[in-house]
Design a protein around this ligand. Structure first.
Ligand code: CP
Length: 303
């Protein structure tokens, strides 16, 4: 039995396999998982990840049971995560879990009788399925796997998705990364050390105009109010890096803007009509990547 906890589990061949399967599932539905049950345990809030996994399971003929929040589950009575997982893994064939604590997916996997998929653990943990759909979007939109310059903008410290993506980018050749943030929200050393060890050149800058000038991918992030507890600090950071239509219009031809969403003002709505904007298309790619992941993990194949 295999769990998905972090993106370090993938290699180039397994990513290619997964993405080819995802593409083959576009606009498809089947009954392959009739009688199978997915438990979506979202002890922390979500719209896209929970609903896209549930939609993916239903499109494959399966059923879904859900915990929508910590408050609506017995976690609010003090039940440990381990006990919750020991119980739910007797009700379902696969568990998709989001939890507010870094390391929670590893703890769940250690006691589960069925595969566990990490749908986000804490603010500085990982969000592997988001990174998979981010990478799928990049490769599909740019029509190549190598020689890509990715500029990650904004909240690099308290944002698990770019952390997970960095571990995937390092599988490819000719990649470059530009981290654009204020000094307070810089990327953590573990990710930067991983890039160094894998000979992926990166720079850190506060200058968004300069940083995105040559980028093939602009990965915008949200300044997360739920993770920056100090109101003064949040107000200071919010609004510092906004992608306006003018910023988008000065991007390189063929470059794309992606964002895990939700956005809260860091990409102006006027950008939505720009040819560079692919963040809503990215949502649709997320559905087929998650269908492909369920197809792989529920049939016991290696990811
Ligand atoms: N991108 C993402 O994880 O969105 P949700 O928080 O809505 O699941």
């Amino acid at each position: 039995m295999q769990h998905l906890v972090e993106t370090q589990q993938f290699d180039r061949a397994s990513l290619k396999r997964l993405f080819e399967l995802a593409t083959s599932l576009e606009d498809k539905r089947d009954e392959s998982f009739k009688g199978k049950i997915l438990a979506s345990l979202f002890f922390a809030s979500s719209t896209r990840t929970r609903l896209s996994f549930e939609s993916a399971m239903m499109r494959l003929g399966g059923n879904v049971i859900t915990v929508e929040s910590g408050e609506s589950s017995s976690q609010s009575k003090g039940e440990t995560l381990e006990d919750s997982i020991k119980v739910v893994s007797q009700y379902a064939d696969i568990i998709v879990m989001r939890h507010g604590e870094v390391g929670s997916a590893t703890r769940a996997a250690a006691v589960s009788k069925v595969p566990v998929i990490n749908a986000g653990d804490g603010n500085m943990g990982q969000h592997p399925t988001q990174a998979l759909l981010d990478l799928y979007t990049i490769q599909r939109e740019l029509k190549r796997e190598d020689d890509i310059h990715v500029a990650v903008v904004g909240n690099l410290k308290y944002y698990r998705s770019p952390r997970s993506l960095a571990y995937l980018l390092s599988k490819y050749n000719g990649m470059r990364v530009t981290f654009i943030s204020s000094p307070e929200l810089r990327m953590e050393d573990d990710v930067k050390n991983h890039l160094k060890e894998n000979n992926i050149p990166f720079i850190e800058t506060e200058d968004m105009t300069e940083g995105i000038r040559d980028a093939d991918v602009v990965y915008q992030t949200r300044i997360a109010k739920e993770w920056i507890k100090n109101d003064e600090e949040y107000e200071k950071q919010r609004g510092r890096y906004i992608i306006t239509r003018d910023v988008a219009d000065h991007m390189k031809e063929g470059a794309i803007i992606i964002h895990p969403l939700p956005r809260v003002g860091e990409i102006e709505e006027a950008v939505d009509a720009s040819p560079h904007a692919v963040y809503f298309k990215q949502v649709g790619y997320g559905l087929i990547v998650r269908m492909a992941l369920l197809k792989t993990m529920l049939t016991g194949k290696e990811i």
